[in-house]
Design a binder for this molecule. Structure first.
Ligand code: FSX
Ligand code: SF4
Ligand code: F3S
Length: 362
């Protein structure tokens, strides 16, 4: 950042700007010294064009990004990218919207980021999810196929989500099961907006995506189990469990394992990267984690209020190896990290050639 700091950055007060950037830098697991570098990437006029597709979902992913209770985060995301098409946010509708999509495809072919929200129906030619009379399956192939990089936001787009729960009547799948190119997954139902923002910021700052796990999720956000970061963990280790909701143990904030917590087999940063301004997250609010960042969680993690059969309550502390096996069951294709790096490199280069933004600096 400059020595004489501007009062406003990209429409945000300098205070709000720094707050969001510092949080995003911490989310990436980077030291505080990197805040300057990340801030410089945000202030750069290179804004990657984004085409944002909506398929089978509840729109909670967009809602969690843009919720009114935290406007600086939403504003920064909208400043950071050049949103060319987004059905929830755009003013145009019908033919006008279709035109906007086609124009953006022509203008930014191979250079835009395709963000997908929602699962894709594949059964019977994908007819169970259509937009403007076209199956989502066809739209995804057309748009995703021309994108420089693809990000699946939310568990629906990453792994199919609730739509893919048994018996999955529409043949719903995640984006990576349709496209034959790498996809970065940001799961969660809904995902934490900072995980999305930090992923985009990481790409803009370093010119390549962050390290990904075997399910193509950024390691900085999904590299550790809920259970290993949970403030209730000392109760688990000491065998202090909630037996039923509302009992004295629940009121004392004991471990929720026996009432169904899937934290031992769920990989996410929820305990440290909480939601909303009040720092809420399921376990912190007294509800078991239902494993919403994991593939097929509607089937694998339910019944939600029963503990996982393969995990034992430890005698003498520690989690048994069985939990590790259950937690790392990979479902669906994991994208190759090298290929993702290459694809995003194209975006970074392309963004350099794009017209600068109108960000305020004064
Ligand atoms: Fe899915 Fe997004 Fe769950 Fe909803 O739109 S990840 S249903 S909370 O939010 O796609
Ligand atoms: Fe926390 Fe759940 Fe693990 Fe208990 S089982 S320590 S509540 S993550
Ligand atoms: Fe989802 Fe569990 Fe986090 S339910 S929001 S992964 S605590």
């Amino acid at each position: 950042m400059s020595r004489i700091p501007p009062l406003r950055v990209g429409g945000l007060s300098r205070r709000d700007f720094l707050k969001v950037i510092t949080m995003a830098t911490a989310t990436m697991g980077l030291p505080v010294e990197m805040v300057d570098k990340v801030a410089a990437a945000v202030k750069s006029p290179e804004r990657p064009p984004v085409i944002w597709l909506h398929f089978m979902e509840c729109t909670g992913c967009t809602e969690s990004l843009l919720r009114a209770s935290h406007p600086p985060l939403a504003r920064l995301i909208l400043e950071l990218i050049s949103l060319e098409y987004h059905e929830t946010l755009m003013a145009g509708a019908g033919k006008q919207a279709e035109e906007a999509l086609q124009n953006a495809l022509k203008k930014y072919r191979g250079k835009f980021i395709c963000v997908v929200e929602g699962a894709v129906s594949t059964k019977d030619g994908g007819i169970y999810c259509q937009i403007g009379g076209r199956p989502a399956l066809e739209i995804l192939k057309e748009v995703g196929g021309q994108a420089g990089a693809v990000i699946a936001i939310g568990t629906c787009a990453s792994f199919g989500g609730v739509q893919a729960a048994a018996p999955n009547p529409t043949g719903a799948v995640g984006v990576s099961q349709v496209l034959s190119k790498p996809v970065i997954n940001i799961p969660g139902c809904p995902p934490n907006p900072y995980n999305f923002l930090s992923t985009v910021l990481y790409i803009l700052t370093f010119g390549h995506p962050p390290e990904l796990d075997d399910l193509s999720r950024p390691m900085f956000a999904y590299g550790r189990r809920i259970h290993d970061q949970c403030p209730r963990r000392p109760h688990f280790d000491e065998g202090r469990f909630v037996e039923s909701f509302g009992d004295p143990a629940h009121q004392k904030g004991y471990c929720l394992y026996k009432v169904g917590c899937k934290g031992p087999v769920t990989y996410s940063n929820c305990p440290v990267q909480r939601f909303c301004d009040v720092g809420a997250w399921p376990v912190g609010s007294g509800h078991p984690c239902i494993g919403c960042t994991e593939p097929n969680f509607w089937d694998r993690m339910s019944p939600f209020y029963h503990h996982l059969p393969k995990i034992y309550i430890p005698v003498g502390g520690g989690i048994r190896a069985e939990a590790e096996k259950v937690g790392r069951v990979a479902v669906g294709a994991a994208a190759g990290v090298v290929a993702v790096h290459a694809a995003v490199g194209v975006i970074k280069k392309a963004a350099k050639g794009l017209k600068g933004s109108e960000k305020e600096e004064g």
